[in-house]
Ligand binder design. Structure first.
Ligand code: FEO
Length: 398
């Protein structure tokens, strides 16, 4: 893509990835993903901010070469984050730019040595809050550990009111012509932001909250993440989404996740969705765990406060796709859900206690359970009571 000036003397030199199907080998990329990197051209020195995947580094080098007024070789490469979607190109950048120094904190440097064997004389180690001058621009570094790895940091250029945030405020989706949100319609990136946050960063809510507190008072006019658009016009909305998700403030709505072998549990899920809609719950998302992507299920489960999970008993366990979903909730330590659990069995009941065990471990507020033997319409279950309990809780909190 063409090199763009984000703000005076700051250029986008990242790449679009539309060929890989799965991010981290797990998460679908129907809209692709951008691997953002930037170049800060000061009056005396030039710094690159982050690299890209190893397989995309030639494209990054082409973009660097296209920056007008650049020095022949950047003086610095700032490594805000070591995950290989941003660091894979570093060895090649070091080969092409033999005098370029690599800026990172103590943990970054350990990882640069361990991953790429970068020599000691390359490094400029910085501490939290320290600065490096480029002449008429100054780089200031803020450690933001676990957003999303322990070494992650952000870089601030006060003269441009620009914050380079690593994965924070990022989203899936390749860029479509524009870079800054003022240049193009960015509405399709918002659902991709929920999916990105919940899938990739979701486990690290407290570190994200801490990072937002740490840098939130900076007078930024541009947020430059490592994925997705550069934010300018939509900064309040983007910061609000990340703040809300990282502090477990969920939107009104109920996600129903179910697994079903022969249709009984699926029928119960449909009945629950119908009943909730009749009781004026307006946002309901239904996922068959065997068919929906784990990525979309996690995204909706993160976004909405209500979560209803149903599973048949399967070999005295949860149905495997439902088990995988509940494990994903446990791994991400998802808090504050208002829940209903339902299950179905024929001769031995194991699913409901297992769902309740997960709910207990995560501290969820389980307001309704239902365990059905054989046919859901056999008269042995109180589906209306189950739906009423959920709907009443939601109405009382509205
Ligand atoms: Fe986009 Fe955590 O790397």
């Amino acid at each position: 893509m063409a090199v763009k000036e984000v703000s005076k003397g700051i250029y986008y030199v990242g790449v679009n990835e539309r060929t890989i199907h799965l991010f981290e080998g797990l998460w679908p990329l129907p809209l692709g993903v951008s691997l953002n990197a930037y170049m800060v051209v000061g009056s005396e020195k030039t710094a690159l901010i982050d690299s890209v995947e190893w397989s995309d580094v030639e494209c990054q080098l082409d973009n660097i070469a296209a920056v007008e007024g650049r020095s022949a070789e950047p003086d610095y490469l700032v490594v805000n984050h070591m995950e290989p979607d941003h660091s894979g190109g570093i060895p090649e950048l070091c080969r092409r730019f033999p005098e370029m120094k690599v800026i990172g904190n103590n943990l970054t440097i350990q990882m640069l040595k361990g991953y790429y064997g970068i020599a000691d004389d390359r490094f400029v180690q910085i501490g939290d809050g320290e600065t490096i001058s480029l002449g008429d621009k100054t780089l200031q570094f803020f450690k933001t550990p676990m957003v999303h790895w322990p070494e992650t940091m952000m870089t601030w250029v006060a003269e441009n009111s620009t914050l380079f945030t690593g994965d924070a405020f990022g989203c899936f989706g390749a860029l479509e012509g524009g870079v800054v949100d003022t240049e193009f319609d960015t509405s399709r990136y918002i659902p991709e932001m929920y999916r990105y946050y919940s899938n990739i960063v979701g486990k690290y809510g407290t570190p994200v909250t801490n990072a937002i507190k740490k840098v939130g008072n900076l007078p930024f006019r541009f947020i430059c993440p490592t994925h997705g658009p550069v934010w300018h016009d939509r900064i309040p909305e983007i910061v609000e989404i990340y703040s809300r998700l990282s502090s477990s403030q969920w939107e009104d709505g109920i996600t129903i996740i179910y697994g079903s072998m022969y249709g009984h549990t699926a029928g119960m899920a449909s009945k629950i969705a119908d009943g909730l809609a009749e009781r004026e719950i307006r946002t309901i998302r239904v996922h068959d765990a065997s068919r929906s992507s784990m990525s979309d299920m996690i995204s909706d489960a993160f976004r909405y406060r209500g979560l209803v999970v149903g599973s048949p008993t399967y070999s005295m366990n949860l149905f495997p796709p439902v088990e995988a979903f509940m494990k994903a909730m446990e791994v991400r330590e998802v808090k504050g859900k208002v829940c209903g659990f339902f299950s179905n069995f024929t001769w031995a009941s194991a699913a409901l206690p297992l769902l309740e065990e997960y709910g207990g471990k995560l501290g969820w507020d389980v307001v309704a359970t239902m365990n059905v033997k054989m046919r859901p319409d056999c008269g042995c279950n109180d589906t209306a009571g189950f739906i009423d309990a959920l709907a009443d809780r939601f109405r009382s909190e509205a």
